[in-house]
Design a binder for this molecule. Structure first.
Ligand code: ADP
Ligand code: MG
Length: 602
């Protein structure tokens, strides 16, 4: 008889469990902050070095542990938070699995120092790769200090997946921000390589949110409160003036626990349908309170997912609470005074619209003052982009190009019939009717221009008269730092502006008039997903195409003959004018024979 099966040693099972809970420094910090909060801490300090890869430390002023409990806490499935089966049905702590400490300790060099309230001294336990090396008494304040060094030192496969220190720092700050929103009554301090990254004093939810999502963004938030006998929903949501490129600023909590749940997310997005564009996300902090028995958090080790007993009731409650705030629309007067949609301005000439836009911009509120930054905080030095003046001035819809020598290509040779629906250009070439999609054509021309500029060094950039601050997530700020040099090559000049805010001081000239902050927000959300500069190069074409797309006015737009002529000439200078960068056709030809067939003249 053979015996193939053995029970694994605990150091190995802990390592396996760590695979689920400990993905990166930020996930360690999430677990440790949960423990601190469960221990009643009101002050939590997080210090990281090298993005937490080299070292991270969490200090709290919670109730601490006795020496015996501290030793026990490192055992698998050791917890003070549940005791019997039925406790699983009414969890009211953030932790309950008893897995975090042994998992973390099994994949790092780990020190736990803790002193229980009322105890004369603390205890310090040193663990290496899951094995206890030393236990000794220590002097310390009441509370707990956990130090994690060289995470994954004994798990090389995981080590390889860690990103740069900057990226990991961004994730750490995002995790702290998420938890800090749920507990404005707790003070958080986070330092990275001895520099202060986040300092959040005890305050109320509104102030805490302002610190986390940015002061400017917080001015577009509206309170929400909804209660029925089953579920209570409270928090803040943004009006349509404030959108993000992803779900980074959708903070949803069930019974105080941050969660990413499809049902909740869907309910929120349903409420915003028709209010914000597709692919845009609001800024939301929603606290959903349910009887603990109505929601199961024991779904995944990271506890980010939940199951609802009555899913559709929760969904509908959230949707209608959000809808109610949106319907009462404190932002509607603003929307009415917004410039008319392009389609509605068909009667206006281009010049009239520019004049109207200029007039409108005069009545805009003053932009925030920006302060100068100490040099050591700025992103890596970038090759200065080519600036072309500092004053924003009205710019024609189409790519402004130096007067070109008369071009003699196919498009320049067309005779212009006119414009159809302010969207299409009609031309004649011999016995052919040529229809050009003016939007696709200008996009193509802009794309070509950007590509040429990029090839010859850098995209032409324009310094903004009023640098714009852009509020992001911490990971996106890290992406901005990582790619600042590459972004300068495509015309964007960015600097850190403190917290999760950057300052945009120069942008590709083609989009200087076109709300560049929107585009850089999208670009940084994408760059946040990629790690290396080689990936940036792979993305370059699509980035240029997005800048081109952003540079062009959408929809109907009346054009003067002179502008049409200019566009046709520019089209001849592009090497592939047949389709726009998205692959849609730019022009379409109807022959005389085809027309004759339609009119049954053949
Ligand atoms: P869980 O949080 O699921 O119980 P952990 O492995 O995270 O499991 O922690 C084990 C136990 O250690 C906790 O139940 C708690 O009693 C104790 N503990 C952990 N961290 C702290 C802390 N910062 N302060 C006080 N007690 C703590
Ligand atoms: Mg825990």
């Amino acid at each position: 008889m053979s015996q193939r099966i053995t029970i694994l040693p605990e150091t190995l099972t802990n390592k396996i469990a760590a695979g689920e809970v400990v993905e990166r420094p930020a996930s360690v910090i999430k677990e440790l902050i949960e423990n601190s909060l469960d221990a009643g801490a009101t002050d939590i300090t997080v210090e990281i070095t090298g993005g937490g890869r080299r070292r991270l430390r969490i200090t709290d002023n919670g109730h601490g542990m006795s020496r015996e409990d501290a030793l026990l806490s490192l055992e698998r499935h050791a917890t003070s938070k549940i005791k019997v089966d039925s406790d699983l049905d009414c969890i009211n702590t953030l932790g309950f699995r008893g897995e975090a400490l042994p998992s973390i300790a099994s994949v790092s060099r780990f020190t736990l120092a803790t002193r229980e309230t009322g105890a004369p001294e603390g205890a310090e336990i040193t663990v290496e790769g899951g094995r206890v090396r030393d236990v000794k008494a220590c002097g310390m304040a009441t509370g707990t200090v956990i130090t994690v060094e060289q995470i994954f030192f004994n798990l090389p496969a995981r080590l390889k997946f860690m990103k740069s220190a900057e990226t990991e720092t961004g994730h750490v700050a995002d995790v702290i921000a998420r938890m800090a929103v749920s507990r404005p009554d707790v003070a958080f301090l986070c330092t990275s390589d001895d520099r202060e990254l986040l300092r959040l004093q005890r305050s109320d939810l509104q102030r805490r949110l302002a610190q986390v999502v940015g002061r400017e963004s917080s001015q577009h938030l509206y309170p929400l409160q909804g209660t029925d006998e089953y579920v209570t929903i409270a928090g803040f949501i943004s009006g349509p003036a404030l959108v993000r490129s992803g779900t980074q600023a959708v903070y949803t909590y069930i019974n105080g626990r941050f969660i990413r749940d499809k049902v909740v997310q869907h309910a929120v997005m349903q409420a915003y349908r028709g209010v914000i564009d597709r692919g845009r996300y609001p800024v939301v902090a929603l606290f959903i309170e349910l009887p603990p028995g109505e929601v199961d958090v024991n779904v995944h080790p990271t506890k980010h997912e939940v199951r609802f007993r009555r899913q559709s009731v929760v969904h509908d409650a959230i949707q209608s609470a959000v809808e109610e705030v949106l319907r009462s629309s404190p932002w509607l007067p603003e929307a009415h005074s917004a410039p008319p949609a392009p389609g509605g301005a068909a009667g206006q000439t281009y010049r009239e619209r520019i004049a109207a836009a200029a007039q409108a911009s005069l009545s805009l509120p003053p932009r925030p003052q920006y302060r100068s930054q100490p040099t050591d905080r700025s992103f890596p030095a970038a090759t200065p982009p080519v600036h072309t003046g500092t004053v924003r001035e009205p710019e024609p819809i189409f790519v402004p190009q130096e007067p070109q020598p008369e071009s003699t290509g196919y498009f320049s040779a067309l005779s212009i019939i006119g414009q159809f629906h302010s969207e299409y250009i009609l031309c004649q070439s011999g016995s052919e009717l040529v229809i050009i999609d003016q939007h696709a054509a200008s996009e193509r021309v802009a794309y070509q221009l950007l590509k040429t500029q990029c090839r010859s060094g850098a995209v032409e950039s324009q310094r903004l008269l009023f640098p714009e601050t852009v509020e992001l997530s911490f990971s996106e700020v890290a992406a901005a730092a990582r790619f600042s040099e590459a972004l300068a090559g495509i015309g964007f000049e960015l600097e850190p502006f403190g917290g999760a805010t950057i300052m945009l001081s120069a942008v590709p000239r083609l989009i200087a008039e076109k709300e560049p902050a929107l585009l850089i927000r999208d670009i940084l959300a994408d760059l946040d997903q990629i790690g290396t500069s080689s990936a940036f190069n792979e993305m370059l074409e699509s980035l240029l195409s997005r800048i081109a797309c952003h540079s062009v006015i959408r929809g109907a737009h009346p054009l003067e003959n002179r502008q049409i002529r200019q566009l046709l000439q520019n089209m001849d200078q592009t090497d592939f004018a047949a389709s726009c960068p998205h692959g849609r056709p730019v022009s379409h030809v109807i022959t005389l024979a085809e027309l004759q067939k339609i009119f049954k003249r053949t």
